[in-house]
Design a protein around this ligand. Structure first.
Ligand SMILES: [Zn+2]
Ligand SMILES: [Zn+2]
Length: 208
């Protein structure tokens, strides 16, 4: 794995700016990989790591850079809980199975609320919060920055990065549906999420 400074530079380029979130994200991801014993998450250990992130903010981009986990590779999963936390999962460490769903070992790491206060204490003379946190988050210990917990994460084969899915067509809109995201209505018709529940769809057609 590259050094902290190298990874931070790569994160800055990918994200568009250097910020406290990049420092936090790089450190969180480096710690996660270290705990799992995955020294080369972007190369040798590439197929072993899946990361769940719990927020879509600055640190998320940094986590993607360090781990190599990408949304488009199905190795970065978003659970939008608005929390500065991520779980790093080793697909080489299966614990058990819940039915046909294997459970994998992972480490969940959450940024401590107290880290902001600690940054204020370390650099009270700096008023700009981002600058204050950027300095402090570089030097604070992992224990001052993060809470860690070993967890089991059930992941159905269809959620795995390399899963080959059947492609099914929606009976209403005729668009193709991948990864078993289709639903059946009361008449047994196969529908996409949007056609099945138009009232909860994230978009509404204009006009008409
Ligand atoms: Zn940022
Ligand atoms: Zn449809």
């Amino acid at each position: 794995m590259d050094s902290f400074e190298d990874l931070l530079r790569q994160a800055e380029i990918a994200h568009g700016h250097l910020c406290a979130g990049q420092i936090l994200g790089v450190r969180m991801a480096m710690l996660g990989c270290k705990r799992l014993g995955l020294a080369e998450p972007r190369t040798t250990d590439r197929k072993r790591l899946v990361t769940f992130v719990e927020i879509d903010r600055c640190a998320t981009d940094a986590i993607g850079v360090v781990t190599g986990c990408r949304l488009g590779k199905r190795a970065l999963k978003v659970r939008d809980w608005g929390k500065m936390a991520a779980t790093f999962i080793d697909l080489g460490a299966q614990l058990e199975a819940e039915g046909e769903t294997p459970v994998y070992k992972g480490i969940r790491i959450a940024a401590l609320e107290s880290s902001k206060q600690r940054a204020r204490e370390l650099y009270p003379q700096i008023e700009d919060k981002n600058r204050q946190q950027m300095l402090a988050y570089r030097e604070m210990t992992d224990a001052d920055l993060f809470a860690e917990q070993w967890v089991g994460v059930p992941m159905h084969p269809r959620e795995m990065p390399g899963y080959k899915s059947a492609r099914i067509t929606c009976a209403i809109c005729a668009e193709g549906i991948n990864y078993d995201r289709n639903v059946s209505d009361a008449d047994g018709r196969i529908l996409c999420q949007s056609c099945a529940q138009p009232e909860t769809s994230y978009y509404k057609p204009l006009g008409g």
